[in-house]
Ligand binder design. Structure first.
Ligand code: NDP
Ligand code: 8X3
Length: 256
């Protein structure tokens, strides 16, 4: 098992859900954390809690992954210690809306593509070269079952997650001779703020998504991430697909 004590993990979207749970699980095993998101207040609270409880070092960065120049400037302003990221966890992402292509709000498309696809490659473009130089490290991308099979009304969100799958596979080829691991962790339904964001704060609609099923928790996903991050040096976990017991695929869900 790889010991991550004292290693540095960059987590995008650490202010909520899966990102926050991953931060906690990495902290438990002694990793230091570079926590990124737009809601700095949440990051600051989390960072204080984790530093106190697990005696690790953290740094919070206010970052909108959609803005390439901001990602670049953020990196350039870090000191050497914080630039040396060992694992990039590309988790920041979202779904917006639930419509057919012919009546969707195109702003929703822009936001999903800019965040889930362009944001992920911007962060990777900026933080990966130092790993290439050191010939070690790992990229872990949070994909989705929606990146394996589309579902009705999920068109563009699914397209972004198909893109994440393609990007993970492609970067694995790019770094094949560089000693860098590339992993995609692809969950089904996870109870986080995801559906609340998708339905613009409509809690009733968000709760309906999980009606009659026991969804995955953010910690369930974080456990898969930690598994992938702690394998021996010679082992790369290419992909982990995990779903609730009551979900067989994007379209097959058994509701009690
Ligand atoms: P949450 O809404 O709970 O968390 C999303 C996180 O992404 C927040 O921390 C948010 O932070 C961050 N984020 C969104 N936009 C940006 C941005 N432009 N720049 C920086 N950070 C951003 O949802 P989840 O935890 O569920 O989502 C995490 C990932 O998991 C996403 O990629 C999602 O697609 C994926 N996923 C989720 C599933 C689910 O059912 N929940 C299933 C499969 C995959 P802030 O708003 O503070 O910037
Ligand atoms: C999130 C899972 O099925 O709600 O990626 O799209 S789903």
């Amino acid at each position: 098992m790889t010991d991550l004590k004292g290693k540095l993990i960059l987590i995008t979207g650490a202010s909520s859900g899966i990102g926050e749970a991953c931060a906690t699980e990495f902290a438990k095993i002694g990793a230091n954390l570079l926590l990124a998101a737009r809601r700095l207040d949440r990051l600051t609270k989390l960072s204080k809690e984790l530093e106190e409880k697990y005696k690790i070092k953290t740094k919070c960065i206010l970052l909108d992954v959609r803005k390439y120049d901001d990602v670049k400037n953020t990196y350039n302003n870090l000191n050497q210690e914080w630039k040396k990221v060992d694992i990039i966890l590309n988790n920041a992402g979202l779904a917006r809306g639930f419509s057919k292509v012919y009546d969707a709000d195109t702003n929703d498309w822009e936001e999903m593509i800019d965040t889930n696809v362009k944001g992920l490659i911007y962060v990777t473009r900026i933080f990966l070269p130092q790993m290439v130089e050191r010939m070690e490290g790992q990229i872990i991308n949070i994909g989705s079952t929606a990146g394996h099979e589309v579902y009705a009304y999920g068109n563009v969100y699914a397209a972004t997650k198909f893109a994440v799958k393609a990007i993970s596979q492609a970067i694995r080829l790019d770094v094949l001779d560089k000693g860098i691991k590339v992993t995609s962790v692809d969950p089904g339904m996870v109870i986080t703020e995801f559906s609340k964001v998708r339905f613009s704060g409509n809690e009733e609609r968000a709760n309906k998504v999980y009606e009659g099923i026991e969804p995955l928790t953010a910690k369930d996903v974080a456990d898969a991430v930690i598994f992938a991050a702690t394998r021996p040096k010679n082992v790369n976990i290419n992909q982990i697909i995990l779903t609730p017991l009551q979900q067989a695929s994007s379209t097959q869900v058994y509701r009690k």
